[in-house]
Design a protein around this ligand. Structure first.
Ligand code: URA
Ligand code: CA
Length: 434
């Protein structure tokens, strides 16, 4: 087999066979296929696309390029959840303990990563003592015992994807539905998920800005999952504004605690219950979505969801008393209010711009080496569609420095108030099963 022939075949719009796709991914991973040929192939894929079979083959070839996590020692169906980007998305922190409380095993491998706020691990590390440096057998033991544990990313997962994603980034080939879908799904499958719930964000703050694009990506990922034997479904949810109120590490942990108590923001609560119901259903802990939702609502009401969070934190060295005393989380030295300049309706809160404002405070990492300030961030006081009076607070700014003029400037640019009445945006657009 020669790579040049496979590039030509894709260039001419023909489908590649399983063996051909395996040849490409293997060769690219071990270096026998050079970047320039892989770039040409990626561009051909960008223009000609891939059919369902090719997408599934690409995904599995990338899964097989590195280690695969073996979760077979964990009892039950392991359901993983993945959100495509978003700002201040606290759902992972809420969903883990929530579904664990009704018996769904949550074996989460997580990262730190770049972005507006830290990754799930950074957020959890705002709980004093909590750590994810645990051995594999301890991880398995904890999931079997408590139904939830989080471990830091280790091993050599999907090296083909790492290499290909970096190449796509510099060859203008990131934005191909098939390549994105394969990239995301390969990581979930290599991490050992039996079933996958996807939260595909749509809107200004999302990777996919339009509903049509988000839907296409969702269908592509769901069909890959189902074609390779992982029960997969997707929810398309709004990211035209940040989810919940809090954007920042400790602030989001506090928000997750509130939500697990049944006192969280309406949108975060609703999305968590929706995604959670699908997780419980795919894990076969309920025979219908309705029953699954009732189980989760009861776990919030009777305190078991909050207790599951506490047990999880303590099992990994954390101070579990934060669930009753969130004031023990890192606190910022200063708070400031962003006052509305006029009366009206909040009409726009551009999620990624607000995220950038949180980053200016130090809540996120710009480079791998940056230090995160776990205490700082933003809490929205108004969401789209709400009325605001001149002088009322739109956002509370939690900062460890006194001069927040740049942050305020950024926030004023990203939040709009209009005279005309504005409707609340739809939160959940679609649930896609195939
Ligand atoms: N996120 C990924 O992990 N891969 C892509 O290709 C795009 C977004
Ligand atoms: Ca949030």
């Amino acid at each position: 087999m020669r790579m040049v022939d496979l590039i030509e075949k894709k260039r001419d719009g023909k489908a590649l066979s399983t063996e051909e796709i395996q040849f490409i991914i293997k060769g690219f991973t071990d270096g026998t296929i050079p970047d320039y040929q892989m770039s040409a192939w990626s561009m051909a894929v960008y223009f000609k696309g891939m059919n369902e079979q090719e997408r599934a083959d690409l995904t599995m070839a990338m899964v097989e390029s590195g280690d695969q996590i073996d979760l077979s020692m964990i009892e039950g169906i392991k359901v993983d959840k993945h959100s495509t980007g978003g700002v201040g998305d606290t759902t992972t922190l809420v969903l883990g303990p929530l579904v664990a409380a009704v018996g769904v095993p949550v074996a989460k491998m997580s990262g730190r990563g770049l972005g507006h706020t830290g990754g799930t691990i950074d957020k959890l590390e705002s709980v004093s003592g909590f750590h994810v440096e645990i051995e594999n057998d301890e991880f398995i033991r904890l999931v079997n015992k408590n139904k939830i544990a989080v471990i830091g990313q280790s091993g050599n997962l999907t090296p083909a994807d790492k290499k290909l994603y970096a190449l796509r980034d510099v060859t203008a080939t990131v934005n191909s539905i098939g390549l994105i879908a394969g990239s995301i799904m390969s990581k979930k499958i290599a991490a050992g998920a039996d079933a996958i719930v996807l939260d595909v964000k749509t809107g200004a703050g999302a990777f996919m800005k339009t509903l049509a694009d988000s839907e296409e990506l969702a269908h592509a990922m769901v069909s890959i999952g189902n074609n390779v034997g992982r029960n997969t479904m997707a929810v398309i949810s709004d990211m035209s504004q940040p989810l919940g109120y809090a954007i920042g590490n400790a602030l989001e942990v506090k928000e997750a605690i509130d939500t697990l108590k049944g006192e969280g923001p309406e949108d975060l609560t609703e999305l968590s219950l929706t995604l959670g119901s699908h997780m419980v259903y795919l894990a076969k802990k309920a025979s219908s979505l309705k029953e699954a939702r009732t189980l989760l609502e009861n776990a919030i009401k009777d305190g078991s969801a909050l207790n599951s969070f506490k047990i999880f934190l303590e099992a990994q060295g954390g101070d579990g008393s934060v669930v009753d005393h969130p004031e023990k989380l890192p606190q910022a030295s200063y708070t400031f209010e962003l006052e509305a300049k006029e009366d009206g309706y909040v009409s726009e809160i551009i999620a990624d711009e607000v995220g950038t404002a949180a980053m200016l405070l130090g809540a996120g990492r710009a480079t791998k080496e940056s230090e995160i300030d776990l205490a700082v961030g933003l809490v929205l006081r108004k969401k789209i569609g709400e009325t605001v009076a001149k002088g009322e607070s739109l956002v509370t700014i939690y900062s460890n420095f006194e001069d927040v003029s740049k942050v305020k400037e950024k926030l004023y640019e990203s939040i709009a108030v209009s005279k005309a009445k504005v409707e609340k945006p739809t939160l959940i657009y679609k649930e896609i099963m195939e």
